[in-house]
Write a protein that binds this ligand. Structure first.
Ligand code: LER
Ligand code: MN
Length: 262
């Protein structure tokens, strides 16, 4: 059985190209997401210290939406945070930032994503040490390391490289976020890569080969649905395309996607 929760990205603080919504309209965004048939949201948060947790919780509850995941990478571009910076103080600030995300996520059972915050390049030993510390902060909160394509980071481009880091860290609550857009660039075989992650696959991002809505590029999503089915994946699928071909197609994707994989 395919029990996949579908989510959309809603930014709470700073705009992101991966959501059609503006932070100032986030409450309105939740209403639209609910109406379009999503199960929950991935909140894009730069700094959880500047968010009123109770307000966010109450708004999600009143819309009947789950907080599936928190995407954390905006602080890389906006504040220069990186887990693998040569500057020890920046590494420390980044670990503390991820710990703040973990504290936010724990009351929702949400996954905390480590994508761009790992740095564009850097030492993989530093990454291992930093992730071990983050994972140890709250063993009940799952962290998902996201392989990114080579044009965004030189550290961890494929699921296999991600699994290698996960193994070296050795924490039960560290797994992988597989993003179909990055996988299309980096993986020899997308289905095999997803299968290899197995029960370490904690989260999935969906976008087509051109970062359009799934179905509007040339990625074969049947192999993704098959792979997720074969490993018994039961977590979330969050849409992360640009709003292309247009915003309405993105927001209204759930009905079509559910029809495709059932
Ligand atoms: C984040 O999830 C992602 O996929 C990145 O490409 C954003 O920079
Ligand atoms: Mn992604």
């Amino acid at each position: 059985m395919r029990h996949w929760s579908l989510g959309m990205i809603v930014p709470l603080q700073d705009p992101t190209p991966f959501s059609p919504f503006a932070p100032v309209d986030w409450r309105q965004a939740l209403k639209r997401v609910k109406t379009a048939g999503y199960d929950g949201v991935e909140l894009a948060i730069t700094d959880p210290a500047k968010i009123d947790l109770a307000t966010a919780e109450e708004a999600l509850e009143s819309e009947g939406l789950r907080l599936l995941s928190i995407t954390t990478g905006q602080a890389a571009g906006l504040e220069g945070l990186s887990l693998t910076s040569r500057d020890e103080r920046i590494r420390r600030r980044t670990i503390e930032r991820i710990e703040a995300h973990i504290d936010f996520a724990r009351r929702f059972g949400a996954v905390v994503i480590v994508g761009s915050l790992r740095g564009a390049d850097g030492d993989s030993e530093l990454l291992t040490e930093a992730l071990r510390e983050c994972a140890g902060h709250a063993p009940e909160v799952r962290l998902a390391l996201e392989p990114l394509n080579r044009y965004e980071s030189r550290l961890v481009n494929t699921v296999a490289e991600g699994l290698d880091v996960v193994e070296r860290v050795g924490a039960e609550n560290l797994g992988i976020l597989a993003d179909t857009f990055h996988a299309n660039i980096e993986e020899a075989n997308i289905g095999e890569a997803f299968r290899a992650a197995g029960d370490r696959l904690f989260h999935v991002h969906l976008a087509d080969s051109n970062r359009h809505v799934p179905g509007y590029g040339h990625l074969d999503f049947a192999q993704v649905w098959d792979a997720l089915g074969s490993i018994g994946y039961q977590q979330s699928l969050v849409l992360e395309p640009l709003p292309k071909p247009n915003t309405e197609t993105l927001i209204n994707a759930p009905a079509r996607l559910r029809g495709e994989w059932k």
